[in-house]
Ligand binder design. Structure first.
Ligand code: FAD
Length: 418
């Protein structure tokens, strides 16, 4: 194994410098492999930039869980801010929709929760370690995450708390007074709250990914900014064709987030990847009434996170084609609701749109491509990719080195779909 990249040959080429790719690159460097990390943009400029910045200990229940059935009728009207869907896309992708709904069966909840719990636990450890090593520790807040209900949803909060407790995940139920004491700036619109006490958040996910990328570069990794055109077998390794040349390596890691399926299709892999699109808009905070932590308005269908540039409001899910034109209907619906919770001023910058990459079982693919040696898949991290990126990347680096990852990856095997 070489220590640095010589010419255009490396041990590992990582495709995509979002949180997953940067993490895979850094973890591979830590194992002494020479690594080239390729992205057409600067690290952390796409999905890993615009998310809500939550490092969630408790997101072990995917969107397609049994309670989805009870809210499904409200989604059918296409007016719920939590989920909008494009009928034409749905008809074209009925196979994905049926498989996604089939995973909401009660019997499918616990195995997936256990798998995600292992992935999240491993990842939070890495984040807390790496953010210090990357000189970005000032960006993390250990203040938890508040899920809040406007209705008297004590039973729902208790059920969620009990489920999380089965996995050792701590949370605290709060009433109106408890929430006011915790978060004095919010108006008393919520009746019930569930504070995920072991959850952290950051004030700029894009900046955190950039800091991790710098740490990767400092460790001897090479970052190359170029568009990836194709990946093809080359002897007993791989050739990656870029807009401005080609690189070869023994191993290639596909960590292209919502773009991952495109590059795999010419190799014969039809990846059932859909796009849970989401939006954000940031607003000038009132400095005398700051928010201390992210708040999830459970019935309003949005999140508010205090960020470096202002209060970031993130929307729910829009199920449609990845590159379909933006629709700001969900943001328009929730911003007035958010104004009724916390004071904030004018918008800062333009609205942002991204796409959560999601497989039918809401579990990522982490592991080897079934029919090609040296091809590794690391994508599909849905709503929790910023949280789970580090352990996704570290697991791939371990497997490249022939070692078992630090958590059970069997549920994430790409062979379950390919
Ligand atoms: C609104 C919203 C809120 C979210 N909130 C949270 C949250 O609070 N917590 C959480 O854990 N997760 C959250 N997520 C999910 C999380 O953001 C994603 O799961 C995660 O960022 C995916 O990371 P990634 O590295 O797989 O993809 P990306 O960050 O998208 O990285 C993929 C990279 O591939 C590059 N690329 C693609 N094609 C090419 C090509 N042909 N050539 C060169 N480069 C290419 C892109 O430029 C990009 O940099 C949220 C997502 C959204 C949309």
């Amino acid at each position: 194994m070489s220590d640095t990249v010589r010419g255009q040959q490396a041990d590992v080429i990582v495709l995509g410098a979002g949180i997953v790719g940067v993490s895979a690159g850094f973890a591979a460097r830590q194992r002494g492999l020479s690594v080239v990390l390729v992205d057409r943009r600067e690290p952390g400029s796409e999905t890993s930039y615009g998310n809500a910045g939550i490092l969630s200990s408790g997101s072990i229940m995917p969107l397609n869980q049994p309670s989805l059935w009870s809210v499904l009728p409200t989604y059918l009207t296409n007016r719920n801010a939590a989920l909008r869907w494009d009928p034409a896309w749905t008809i074209r992708n009925l196979d994905w929709v049926v498989r996604f709904l089939a995973n909401a069966a009660p019997s499918r909840l616990k195995p997936r929760a256990a798998a995600l719990h292992g992935l999240i636990g491993a990842s939070l450890k890495l984040h807390r370690d790496w953010i210090v090593k990357a000189d970005a520790v000032q960006r993390i807040r250990e203040t938890g995450w508040l899920k809040a209900w406007r209705s008297d949803a004590v039973a729902a909060a208790k059920a969620e708390q009990a489920f999380l407790a089965e996995y050792g995940i701590e949370s605290r139920i709060l009433d109106r007074q408890g929430m006011s004491a915790l978060e004095p700036s919010i108006l008393p619109v919520y009746k019930v709250g569930l504070l995920h006490t072991q959850t952290a958040s950051v004030d700029s996910p894009g900046a955190v990914v950039k800091a991790y990328a710098l740490m990767f570069a400092r460790s001897g990794g090479e970052i190359r900014q170029s568009t990836i055109r194709a990946v093809m077998p080359d002897g007993d390794g791989w050739r990656v064709v870029l807009a401005d040349g080609a690189i070869t390596a023994r191993h290639v890691v596909v960590a292209l987030g919502p773009w991952s399926a495109d590059l795999l299709r010419p190799l014969g892999y039809r990846v059932p990847l859909a796009f849970e699109r989401g939006y954000h808009r940031e607003f000038k905070p009132n400095p005398t009434r700051p928010l201390q932590r992210p708040i999830h308005d459970a019935e309003g269908g949005f999140l508010m996170t205090p960020m470096e540039q202002g209060i970031r409001i993130t929307s729910g899910v829009e199920l449609t084609a990845r590159d379909a034109p933006s629709s700001f209907a969900q943001l328009d619906q929730v911003v007035p609701l958010a104004r009724g919770v916390v004071e904030f001023g004018d918008a800062v910058g333009e609205p942002w749109r991204g796409a959560r990459p999601t497989l039918p079982d809401s579990l990522p693919m982490i592991g080897p491509a079934p029919r090609h040696s040296g091809l590794w898949l690391a994508f599909g991290n849905q709503h929790i990719g910023f949280t789970t990126g580090p352990a996704t990347g570290a697991a791939i680096a371990a497997m490249i080195g022939g070692l078992p990852p630090s958590f059970d990856v069997s549920a994430f095997a790409p062979s379950r779909y390919l």
